[in-house]
Design a binder for this molecule. Structure first.
Ligand SMILES: Cc1ncc(COP(=O)(O)O)c(C=O)c1O
Length: 441
């Protein structure tokens, strides 16, 4: 505690964190919340509304973390809040069939032409776990191919990064991941068509599916060339492997139909999370009927959940998606996100002396600051692959994060996390320019 920065005198986050560390591993329930590498204790948040968070000391922050993505309408959106309160009045878990998940399923199936069926679970991780099991059951194959730099939740077979060999074999990124999980996951760099061709030529008959974040947003924001994604579709068709789009971040955020809609490339299975639940714990697996009906009780692939399709979460998700489906929603969010992008560009220009030069990278309402110069002062391109920038970006993120936090702007506490714009940010643009110390436009 001695070397932790205290932002203001009566801040109690430090004390709460000390208490928390005694009863919770590392003091947190998800590692990134710990502010690791940032030399301070995490802020304990007492409440949130619109674009703002308040910590326990009463200090407020303009929030660009937005619960890591679900809150595309901001905190406590009044219409979403209303349906949550109404749902609570009817009871908050039935463990039985109800019409709230039916309404959400019908709404999504009606709006997204390439989805026939959807099943709800409680998190993105659960959705990916089921998608992989479906792919293995459907193809009767064992291997899954993933990409370096894509995150798919914390299931064993996805906690794998590239190993040293040429055959796509990986290494686990976590203790406790067994040899079998490692041996059945192949890892390839994003964009590397040659390696993919080789992996399919040598092991194609064993590959059940390729899983991809079609807009990789968990190692910064690594936008892919559409031809690369088309290549994956062709490769899967050629070898009768399935293509899984993990749209836990991009789904309903980049467009209502996510990256599948934007690219017009139809995957076999899509996983959703975050936005789909309106801020409640929801994930989903979706796809064509013949694939989705692999799931029990129709098919042989088992999947279940005590709290799946919880009526409160389903009601929140449906209300949020109804608002997103209103005409002009994504155009307005794009215009707002563009304004915020411009503000970040001006911020970096104005504070050139303080922070490392950065590309402000944006796709829709996601943004990320990528280094634009390497340590020797050579220009770096906008990255589309993890090898395009060094792994030491935490050190340049540190002063930026502290500067912004002190001025009341909250970024996700890690250099590799993207920022999330919500519609609520429209109400704080002037305040944001003041806090960033830039002239408003
Ligand atoms: C693309 C992607 N897939 C899966 C997950 C896992 O979702 P959850 O944290 O809800 O388990 C995440 C979480 O950030 C994600 O970004």
């Amino acid at each position: 505690m001695s070397n932790m920065k205290n932002l203001n005198g009566n801040d109690s986050s430090e004390l709460l964190f000390e208490r928390s560390k005694k009863v919770v591993p590392g003091g947190v329930h998800s590692p990134v919340r710990s502010f690791k590498g940032l030399d301070m204790s995490p802020r304990f948040i007492s409440r949130a509304e619109g674009a703002y968070l308040w910590d326990e000391s009463g200090k407020n922050y303009i929030d660009f973390c937005m619960s890591f993505g679900p809150l595309i309408l901001g905190h406590q959106h009044p219409e979403v809040k209303r349906v949550i309160i109404d749902a609570l009045d009817r009871g908050w878990s039935f463990g039985a069939c109800e019409k709230y998940s039916l309404a959400l399923a019908e709404f999504i199936v009606k709006k997204i032409p390439f989805i026939d069926q959807i099943r709800f679970v409680n998190s993105g991780t659960e959705a990916v776990m089921a998608a992989i099991r479906i792919a293995k059951g459907y193809t009767k194959r064992e291997k899954i191919l993933k990409f370096e730099g894509c995150y798919h939740g914390h299931l064993d077979s996805m906690l794998i990064k590239s190993g040293s060999g040429l055959a796509g074999e990986g290494e686990s990124t976590s203790a406790g991941v067994g040899a079998e999980s490692i041996s059945n996951t192949l890892v390839c760099p994003l964009g590397d068509e040659e390696k993919l061709r080789f992996l399919f030529e040598t092991q194609g008959q064993e590959i059940a599916a390729i899983i991809l974040e079609p807009l990789p947003a968990n190692y910064g924001l690594l936008k892919q060339n559409i031809n690369f994604i088309k290549f994956l579709r062709t490769l899967c068709d050629q070898y009768q492997s399935l293509l899984i789009f993990d749209e836990v971040i991009s789904g309903f955020r980049i467009a209502f139909g996510g990256m599948a809609e934007v690219t017009n490339i139809v995957p076999d299975i899509i996983t959703y999370g975050k936005v789909i639940g309106g801020g409640m714990p929801v994930g989903a697996i979706a796809g064509k009927k013949h694939i989705m009906e692999m799931l029990a009780p129709v098919g042989p692939v088992y999947q279940a959940g005590t709290l799946s399709a919880n009526p409160v979460a389903m009601s929140a998700g449906l209300k949020q998606l109804e608002i997103l489906a209103e005409p002009g929603f994504y155009q307005n969010l794009e215009a707002l996100s563009k304004k915020i992008e411009n503000m970040w560009v001006r911020f970096f220009e104005q504070h050139r002396d303080k922070f490392s030069p950065s590309h402000v990278i944006r796709e829709g309402s996601l943004f990320w600051f990528a280094p634009s110069l390497d340590q020797s002062g050579n220009s770096l391109p906008r990255p589309s692959n993890t090898s395009h920038f060094s792994t030491s970006i935490m050190s340049s993120f540190y002063p930026l994060f502290h500067f912004l936090l002190e001025r009341g702007v909250y970024l996700a506490p890690n250099a590799y996390e993207v920022g999330f714009v919500s519609t609520a940010h429209a109400n704080v643009l002037e305040e944001l320019s003041l806090r960033l110390g830039i002239e408003s436009e």
